[in-house]
Ligand binder design. Structure first.
Ligand SMILES: NC(=O)c1ccc[n+]([C@@H]2O[C@H](COP(=O)([O-])OP(=O)(O)OC[C@H]3O[C@@H](n4cnc5c(N)ncnc54)[C@H](O)[C@@H]3O)[C@@H](O)[C@H]2O)c1
Length: 365
């Protein structure tokens, strides 16, 4: 499994080895095209423009021309290229960020592999396991020829400092063998089109990657239970869901996914191990106490959305990607991680429909 590694002042360690650091000059800056400038894409453009070193956004592409013009207008020297495939083919583009809807990812990622340029593709890698496996095979062929990989998948939690700390703690052996992982993934609300199946493929997909990242094992089976639904559930759907993953090593991961809490964005992960327990995601910030003895209250901040909770993770993810892409490679979760997430997601949808424990069907690496 590919994992996020650390960048030091002088070197970047990746699964491909230690890469020398690059000096930054305007000519050495990575020229990036961002495809799809909706919620995520516009956010990536703003980060690349204002917070990330070593790169500049030189082109954007969006099916909605006005949106592309508006985003390009905020970045000096940024062009609009209407056709995303033309942007990928453009000789003045060194690397691509894909933030279009998932159904367009396969064609756009494969075009980047064919051109031999690095790409950061937002999750999902593609819409199903078979097409994700086709992308794995296409990149494998490139890697066999060129000796480097090109596709990083946007599982940003690997770059979140708390998740990185939790993984390091497990790897240190200080809390012994992990046995059970408890996860909560809660949103205050979701749009009306968000179905119970999307809770698995769009929300729990992050816990799939977290489980694989923390435990270094594949998920082999999924069970999905439907507790009594909240009256706020979209269109009478099943919300919350309880999802149970079993891993190759016999560990279990449970996820409470509840997307209509009406409260805040909460992502918690607790690892129960043989010699200790570790928890991240309390996300309280400052805790304030006020009022007299009769009416005293204790209060702290709440996190409205994933943008605030994982803002730092997006910064680190993009900086790692830029640093590695300037050397022609990647430094983070790759196509196999995207494929594994798609395969587990498919098993999850079958488990939701059937109410049965469902085994994950995965190809050999
Ligand atoms: N990693 C994360 O935390 C995270 C969070 C949210 C979304 N995402 C992912 O990011 C991607 C984009 O999600 P979003 O919420 O920004 O969606 P969005 O609908 O806000 O934006 C998508 C944009 O792509 C444009 N578009 C549609 N088809 C296109 C095409 N063929 N070529 C170019 N542009 C096209 C749309 O006009 C829109 O502006 C999705 O894959 C989603 O799953 C990831």
């Amino acid at each position: 499994m590919t994992t996020a590694q650390t960048t030091t002042g002088t070197t970047t360690e990746t699964s491909a080895g230690v890469l020398p650091a690059m000096a930054e000059t305007p000519a050495s800056q990575l020229r990036v095209a961002v495809l799809g400038v909706g919620l995520m894409g516009a956010d990536h453009v703003a980060r690349l423009h204002s917070r990330i070193s070593g790169a500049r956004v030189v082109a954007v592409s969006d099916a909605f021309a006005e949106k592309a013009e508006q985003v390009a207008g905020g970045v000096p020297g940024c062009r609009v290229i209407a056709d995303p495939l033309a942007a990928i083919a453009d000789g003045e583009i060194d690397a691509v960020v894909i933030a279009t809807p998932g159904q367009f990812h396969e064609e756009q990622v494969v075009a980047c592999i064919e051109r031999g340029i690095p790409v950061l593709c937002e999750k999902p890698l593609t819409m199903d396991a078979d097409s994700s496996l086709a992308v794995v095979r296409a990149e494998d062929q490139f890697a066999a020829r060129a000796g480097r990989r090109l596709v990083q998948v946007g599982f940003m939690r690997r770059f979140d400092p708390e998740y990185a700390q939790l993984r390091a703690l497990i790897a240190s052996g200080e809390i012994g063998e992990p046995l059970v992982v408890h996860c909560a993934h809660r949103n205050p609300s979701v749009p009306p089109h968000f179905t119970s199946e999307m809770m698995l493929t769009d929300s729990v997909v992050h816990e799939v990657d977290v489980a694989r990242f923390l435990l270094d094992e594949e998920i082999v089976a999924v069970t999905v239970l439907r507790p009594r639904p909240t009256r706020h559930a979209v269109d009478g759907g099943s919300d919350p869901l309880l999802v149970l993953f079993e891993t190759t090593g016999g560990r279990m991961v449970d996820v409470e996914c509840f997307v209509s809490t009406g409260i805040a964005y909460e992502v918690r992960t607790e690892v129960v191990a043989e010699d200790g327990i570790a928890l991240i995601g309390l996300d309280t910030g400052l805790v304030r106490q006020s009022g007299g003895p009769a009416g005293a209250v204790r209060s702290s901040g709440i996190t409205p959305s994933f943008k605030e909770r994982f803002g730092r993770a997006y910064d680190i993810e993009l900086q790692h990607w830029v640093d590695a892409a300037r050397r022609g490679g990647i430094d983070g979760p790759g196509v196999w991680d995207g494929y594994a997430a798609a395969a587990v997601g498919e098993a999850g949808v079958l488990a939701l429909r059937s109410g049965q424990r469902t085994e994950v069907r995965m190809a050999q690496r």
